[in-house]
Write a protein that binds this ligand. Structure first.
Ligand SMILES: Nc1ncnc2c1ncn2[C@@H]1O[C@H](COP(=O)(O)OP(=O)(O)O)[C@@H](O)[C@H]1O
Ligand SMILES: [Mg+2]
Length: 236
């Protein structure tokens, strides 16, 4: 579903954010990306939705060579790949319904499809009753659920989340992670970059660990800190 082969990304300022990285993620997986701030988690996600193009190496997403894609083909990729951010990025002047519908309308969807898909997604995230509200009338958790509904409205095969609970309190965090888990159970591949140790340790999913743009750990049912899954405990 996702494959990176010897991928490097150097920004124009000379920072090498991703360094000869290899990674495979299969269909239907749930993967955490962890690592210190500045270690390349967001950059790696940006390569997957072609916000950034690699300086070298191959990035394949759902059978498509993203690194060789023409600009005109990017919208089709973005339909297959939903993205959720820490700061929600909702349109403040639009209601919950309009925020979700807009993501479909820009793809040229027919009104009939909008009328069918928007309620489906709002129902999935539990916001059917708040569809007429504006973002500023919602809690942080509700705003993030709106953003998730928007990311899902095109039925993407992959959902990328960059610190999705970074602005949320613990109870909203739990609610969002349960939602992501449910979305994954329905078949969507989910990749979550996070700093939240409690979330990673509770969910016990695959943990890919980055350091200076390289993968330094990749564990099934991993923990936030390396090696905890192999019978070690943290001292102190
Ligand atoms: N748009 C950018 N231009 C230049 N450097 C960047 C840009 N985005 C990130 N970086 C740098 O790339 C490195 C990796 O950043 P990032 O991918 O945001 O890491 P993380 O998400 O793990 O905190 C950092 O050194 C950061 O300063
Ligand atoms: Mg980041």
């Amino acid at each position: 579903m996702i494959e990176l082969r010897s991928v490097s990304l150097t920004y124009p300022n000379g920072v090498r954010a991703i360094d000869a990285l290899d990674l495979k993620i299969g269909k239907g997986e749930f993967v955490f990306l962890v690592g210190h701030s500045g270690t390349g988690k967001s950059s790696l996600l940006r390569l997957l939705y072609r916000e950034q193009v690699p300086s070298s190496g191959d990035v394949c997403v759902d059978g498509v060579a993203v690194h060789r894609m023409r600009a005109g083909a990017v919208p089709r990729l973005r339909r297959n790949v939903g993205v959720v951010f820490q700061d929600f990025k909702l349109l403040g002047g639009k209601t919950v319904w309009e925020n979700v519908a807009f993501a479909l309308q820009v793809t040229g969807a027919k009104t009939r499809d909008v009328m069918r898909q928007v309620p489906r997604c709002l129902d999935l995230v539990g916001l059917s009753q708040k569809s007429r509200m504006f973002p500023h009338e919602l809690s942080g958790g509700e705003q993030q659920r709106t953003a998730i509904a928007r990311a899902l409205v095109n039925n993407p095969k992959i959902l990328l989340c960059d610190e999705p609970t970074g602005n949320l309190d613990p109870s909203n965090t739990t609610e969002i992670m349960e939602l992501l888990q449910r979305i994954n159970t329905k078949g969507t591949t989910v990749v979550v970059a996070t700093h939240n140790q409690a979330v990673v340790d509770r969910m016990r999913k695959r943990v890919v660990r980055l350091e200076n743009g390289r993968i330094v750990g990749d564990e099934e049912r991993g923990f936030y800190f390396l090696g905890l899954g192999q019978g070690q405990v943290l001292s102190g």
